[in-house]
Design a binder for this molecule. Structure first.
Ligand code: ADP
Ligand code: MG
Ligand code: ZN
Length: 634
């Protein structure tokens, strides 16, 4: 019967009279009251019909009336005999004449078993006929069968609604919500996504897996089963997943992690099973699990006792992922903005072994996104998209889409036919305020600080012998916590690191803070992570690598791998005295101080270059390798 409870919501019943202060949303009591009222009404109605009929006479009187020739015609019904005092009108006569003629008195009686009755009628020459039962039959069928069933049905729906109000629809446990969103013909293409070129490149390959699986399997390669898209909210993860389905021309099953998490234990697991069953039938296709973290949270980190339901759901997902054959043309995409909380089991080979990072867009990216979204609005010739992109640092794709829409609305409000630059500026202001409240966008001072900080890292790296070359410098925030970053890529794989190189690494790490100090005369918390890492290197040089003066070639700690393998924190055993501890602390401090001075000296001697780099970062946000070399004069 009714699987979905939604339609019930619209069919609100009127409040039953005398039901007192029962609040309308309470479906259960509500419909019970309604049913009782209906029953009372029906019996009253029935009683009224019978008692109002004053022409009903006792059977004996009825027979008397026949004998005395008062009744000349009788209709023999199943429930009543109806006696008429006038003969039956001719069939050709119209309704009106029948009315006019009705001096007809009617007597009714309830039949009694009386075999001699017809003999009496024949003897008296009374005109009699039996009424066909049909008309009454339908009515009585309705009254005796359909009405009770209907009432019961209503009661059940009320009950069901009450149950579903508790969190789940009892009658639809395991029903798959994914069916509703399975899209056959996805219109999104890669061209609709901009500013995330690296992620796009990786996903292009996934499209190819779906389109030509044999190309890969023939050579013996394994097609990945799962790809995890990681990025801040609004950067276009969902859009990208949809674009993959659109480009590959395959059906797209989209479910959010939260859809799996239900109140009843086992529902989530059943949904996962259903989802995969359906997807296998439709393969090649894409399953997209949005907000994977809702079910994929690490099982270890839960509250005491854990969350059984989520755990079961996650286990089912793992089982399904292991269960299908990679050649079946089924690829699972998932999105999250919290990769850090995901269960490590999800990342194992054969599961989500590929990760695609979706970064916030830089200036060029924002320009491209704005162009995509402003295609559908009428722009004034004076609108400068580059300028708009420049004044929206830190905005993600969703914010930019919002900017375009908001400016169109503002233009309409101002009574314009086209969107002007002014509308864009006001829209940005409006959205920026909201984003600043959520501290998602940096203000100008912070950007300047970060620009110098990153320029400092890059420049020290360039002038530290043996340091890895700088490949990219950016002030576009990436991932969680990082405000900007300087990407150095090693020229070759290295298994042994020299003392010089370790010191060089410390220099580069301290370069960020040195630049802040040099330019602004004050330091910030932005360098916290750098400081931790630099200190760690300095300490390990002393305790692990035997690179200090007093403990030359002596290891002061013993590191044993935890029994959980390399992923677990190594168990550290301290094997030195308090005095040694003091020596270590002091040496770390002096090494750091020394290297810091060196970094600062490197930057002081190149102050102009540093300023140039920072200025360019502020303007363009990203500097690539070639441009960096040019600016640094390498
Ligand atoms: P996420 O899933 O990462 O939170 P969405 O994909 O849901 O973000 O993005 C929401 C909307 O923002 C999209 O529908 C699209 O209109 C816009 N958008 C986000 N990122 C981009 C992008 N890189 N290019 C174009 N539009 C984007
Ligand atoms: Mg999304
Ligand atoms: Zn830094």
């Amino acid at each position: 019967m009714a699987r979905k409870s939604d339609d019930w919501k619209t069919g609100k019943l009127p409040k039953a009279p005398g039901d007192g202060p029962v609040p309308p949303p309470n479906g259960w009591r509500f419909s019970l009251g309604y049913a009782l009222a209906a029953i009372v009404l029906i019996s009253v109605f029935n009683w009224l019909i019978v008692s109002a009929d004053s022409s009903v006479v006792p059977y004996s009187r009825f027979k008397e009336l026949i004998r005395t020739d008062v009744i000349v015609r009788i209709e023999l019904g199943a429930n009543y005999y109806t006696g008429h005092t006038t003969p039956k009108p001719a069939p050709s006569q119209s309704l009106i004449t029948r009315r006019e003629e009705s001096a007809d008195l009617v007597y009714k009686t309830v039949p009694v078993y009386d075999p001699a009755f017809t003999a009496l009628l024949d003897e008296k020459g009374v005109d009699y006929e039996a009424l066909p039962q049909e008309g009454n039959a339908v009515l009585s069928f309705v009254m005796s069968w359909l009405l009770p069933i209907g009432l019961l049905f209503f009661l059940m729906r009320g009950l069901q609604k009450r149950m579903s109000g508790l969190g789940s629809n009892v009658l639809s446990i395991g029903q798959n919500k994914a069916t509703i969103v399975a899209e056959g013909d996805v219109k999104t293409r890669f061209a609709d996504v901009a500013g995330v070129d690296e992620a796009k490149e990786e996903l292009v390959e996934v499209v190819d897996f779906l389109k030509n699986p044999t190309k890969y399997t023939e050579i013996g390669g394994k097609i990945p089963k799962g790809v995890l898209i990681v990025g801040a909210p609004g950067t276009g993860k969902t859009l990208l997943a949809r674009a993959v389905a659109g480009e590959a021309g395959v059906p797209f099953f989209r479910m959010s992690g939260a859809d799996f998490v239900e109140m009843f234990v086992g529902v989530g697991a059943a949904r996962v099973r259903d989802l995969f069953k359906q997807a296998r039938e439709k393969a090649p296709c894409i399953i997209f699990i949005d907000e994977l973290d809702a079910i994929g949270k690490s099982r270890l980190s839960g509250v005491v006792g854990g969350n059984d339901e989520r755990e079961q759901t996650l286990n089912q997902l793992l089982v399904e992922m292991d269960g299908f054959d990679a050649t079946s043309g089924l690829i699972i995409l998932a999105a999250t903005n919290r990769p850090d909380v995901l269960d490590p089991a999800l990342m194992r080979p054969g599961r989500f072994d590929r990760q695609v990072a979706v970064d916030r867009p830089d200036l060029e990216g924002r320009k491209a996104i704005l162009s995509i979204h402003s295609k559908s609005v009428k722009l004034d010739a004076g609108v400068d998209i580059t300028k708009v992109a420049r004044s929206t640092p830190g905005f993600v794709g969703a914010d930019l889409a919002n900017v375009v829409n908001e400016s169109a609305l503002l233009a309409v409000r101002a009574g314009r036919k086209r969107v002007h630059q002014e509308d864009f500026e006001r829209a940005i202001e409006k959205i920026m305020t909201g984003l600043e409240k959520k501290s998602r966008v940096m203000n100008q001072d912070e950007r300047k600080l970060i620009a110098f900080h990153e320029a400092g890292h890059a420049l020290t790296a360039a002038f530290t012998p043996g340091a890895d070359p700088v490949q990219k410098v950016t002030i576009v925030p990436r991932g969680l916590g990082a405000l900007g970053f300087t990407l150095q890529v090693p020229v070759e794989d290295r298994y042994v690191v020299t003392e010089d190189k370790l010191l060089g690494e410390i220099d580069v790490l301290l370069g960020g803070r040195a630049a802040e100090d040099l330019v602004f005369g004050r330091v910030s918390t932005g360098a916290a992570n750098d400081i931790t890492r630099a200190t760690d290197i300095a300490r390990r040089m002393i305790t692990d690598y035997g690179m200090s003066e007093r403990f030359k070639n002596v290891a002061l700690t013993r590191r044993g791998a935890g029994f959980l393998g390399p992923q677990a924190e190594p168990v550290m055993t301290r094997e030195y005295s308090e005095d040694t501890q003091r020596y270590i602390d002091e040496t770390v401090a002096s090494v750091i101080a020394e290297r810091y001075e060196r970094s600062k000296a490197v930057l002081t001697g190149r102050r102009e270059t540093l300023d140039r780099l920072a200025a360019e970062l502020l303007e363009k946000e990203t500097i690539d390798e070639a441009r960096f070399k040019e600016l640094a004069g390498l």
